[in-house]
Design a protein around this ligand. Structure first.
Ligand code: SAM
Length: 271
């Protein structure tokens, strides 16, 4: 039986690049490995390319979609799943993911994310890492490289440091532009983020850590001494065993935590 094509013009402002390569879709779903009974959450189901297989494997899914024109398309396509397919017409950037936790099953979050908002969306999701067992995302290849980057590498910065604070990060495989309709201008890749049950390194105040990392990278080519001047002086950095002349991209997560903890301690003493 031939399927009737769904008429929907891809919207750039919603970052719509729909997957249409069956082999790639299969490979992504295999990497996710959904099982019946798990609590799956898909961000941006679009026309349902991944949703179809995810529902087949897991039998139930919550989907968050911003484009209201896609909601009836999805409802029609997956009508047979009735209550086990829940669509939330919402902006994933503002969505309270904790509200989906109705029992003790953690969330498995997946999505071919809209590239125009992927970085703020990942930061938003990291704040729910306690509710999430893993995340599988299609992103621009460069963003995946930033998530996985180690100190000294070109892409090392705020996104990777904060993602690696909360999660184990694995780049799984690259996806060429031809797998999408319309084709994006850049290569894409699949990443798996697995939040730690117990954080291997813990900052006294994670908001302070975020502020330190943001400030340290405010000018990538400048030294820690210069960038961090508003928060900590060079002699305190030296006391911590950190060379103030280093550029921020050389510093591992544990050193950012040391700086942030020292500032938290200093500020506590002042109060
Ligand atoms: N999952 C589909 C696929 O793989 O073919 C579509 C992926 S497309 C790259 C991104 C999807 O995210 C689109 O359906 C788009 O409408 C949706 N979207 C864009 N911004 C969103 C937001 N802020 N919150 C939720 N969904 C959003």
């Amino acid at each position: 039986m031939s399927k009737k094509p769904i008429m929907h013009k891809a919207r750039k402002r919603f970052g719509q690049n729909f997957l249409h390569d069956a082999g790639i879709i299969r490979r992504i779903v295999r990497a996710i490995n959904p099982k019946p009974g798990q609590h799956l959450v898909e961000i941006g189901p679009g026309l349902g390319a991944l949703t179809e297989e995810l529902l087949q494997e897991a039998g139930a899914l919550d989907a968050i979609e911003l484009d209201r024109d896609l909601i009836p398309v999805l409802r029609t396509k997956f009508f047979r799943y009735e209550d086990s397919f829940q669509i939330h017409e919402a902006d994933a950037l503002k969505f309270d993911f904790a509200s989906l936790r109705t029992d003790d099953r953690p969330l498995r979050v997946v999505g071919n994310l809209p590239y125009n908002i992927s970085t703020p969306l990942i930061f938003h999701l990291l704040s729910f890492s306690g509710q999430i067992s893993d995340m599988h995302f299609m992103l621009q290849n460069e963003v995946v490289d930033r998530l996985a980057a180690q100190p000294g590498e070109d892409h090392y910065g705020r996104l990777g440091i904060m993602a690696q604070y909360y999660c184990r990060v694995e780049k799984l495989f690259k996806v060429p532009p031809g797998a999408f309709q319309p084709a994006p201008k850049v290569d894409s890749a699949i990443v798996r983020l697995t939040p730690y049950d117990q954080l291997p390194l813990v900052a006294r105040d994670v908001h302070k850590l975020q502020e330190v990392v943001r400030t340290a990278f405010s000018q990538r080519r400048k030294t820690l001494r210069n960038n961090l001047k508003p928060l900590i002086d060079a002699s305190t950095l030296e006391t911590l065993g950190i060379d103030p002349q280093l550029r921020p991209e050389r510093l591992p997560l544990e050193d950012f935590i040391r700086i942030s903890d020292a500032i938290s301690e200093q500020q506590q003493e002042e109060h």
